[in-house]
Design a protein around this ligand. Structure first.
Ligand SMILES: Cc1ncc(COP(=O)(O)O)c(C=O)c1O
Length: 263
């Protein structure tokens, strides 16, 4: 059978945490000349060895839709240090209409040199994003980290559950969302708990749907799905809004304890 070498690999940092194997993947990709796209949409501000996520790949992408670390409604940001990628991305995102050089005549302005898209960011959204970027470290990231710390202190690992990912000196989380893994609880009971919390006006999410369970990907060959399915079924993502207080998190814990006591 003919072997196909991948051209690109995508690292996805989830829930605010840096993907733990990032450095190993980057090293392997360098060795085999595979390009890396780093999807840092959920983890803006997270670090590995004091280096920000989004600075490891050839290209990094950040979603800035409303619920992300920086949220303006809809939109995204692409970063790269590679000048030719930068020029290509800029061209494709702006209808493939080359930017006018300083001395170009006015009639060159609307010439379209190829196939492109209109992915230009409206000025107003750019201004909203900029204001958030300026306050990102001092307000957003600081508050997210404080809330993450409250969660870690309140939900100490026990028989029933554990906080999913650990922050450490090497891997620093941005705590976009706080995910709890109910390791020893049956998946139907986790669903019941999620429904109970929702009914009590505590908004929870499940873990991410595995791609292999999506209709469009069902026909594609997959390997061991047990881990992704387990994480999907046994994770509850608890509220992580920056305005939460310690007492809110204590209340979430109390409601979870009540649920388990009444089962
Ligand atoms: C890791 C990750 N990548 C990409 C996206 C998609 O971003 P958008 O909805 O802005 O296209 C999301 C979430 O929305 C995400 O969490």
């Amino acid at each position: 059978m003919k072997k196909h070498k991948p051209k690109v690999l995508q690292i996805v940092h989830v829930y605010g945490f840096p993907a733990q194997n990032t450095l190993k993947i980057i090293k392997l990709c360098k060795k085999y000349k595979v390009k890396v796209i780093e999807d840092s949409s959920e983890s803006l501000g997270a670090e590995i060895d004091n280096k920000k996520v989004g600075s490891f790949g050839d290209v990094s992408i950040f979603s800035i839709r409303s619920e992300k670390m920086i949220g303006v409604g809809e939109g995204g940001v692409i970063c790269t240090n590679n000048l030719s990628y930068f020029n290509m991305i800029k061209l494709i995102a702006s209808r493939h209409a080359p930017f006018r050089k300083k001395n170009d005549p006015y009639w060159k302005k609307y010439y379209v040199s190829g196939e492109g898209y209109n992915y230009l960011m409206p000025h107003l959204l750019g201004a909203v994003a900029r204001a958030q970027i300026e306050n990102f470290k001092s307000i957003i990231l600081t508050k997210k980290k404080t809330i993450g710390r409250y969660y870690h202190n309140t939900f100490k690992d026990n028989e029933e559950y554990c906080i999913l990912q650990k922050t450490s000196k090497k891997f620093k989380s941005a705590f976009w969302l706080n995910a709890i893994y109910f390791k020893k609880i049956n998946k139907l009971k986790v669903r019941k708990l999620g429904a109970f919390l929702n009914k009590n006006k505590i908004e929870v999410r499940s873990g991410f749907w595995p791609l292999s369970e999506m209709k469009s990907f069902k026909s594609i060959k997959t390997f061991n799905k047990s881990v992704s399915n387990d994480l999907f079924e046994k994770i509850l993502v608890l509220p992580s809004n920056i305005n939460l207080k310690k007492k809110d998190i204590l209340y979430f814990k109390k409601m979870i304890d009540i649920f388990f006591k009444t089962q």
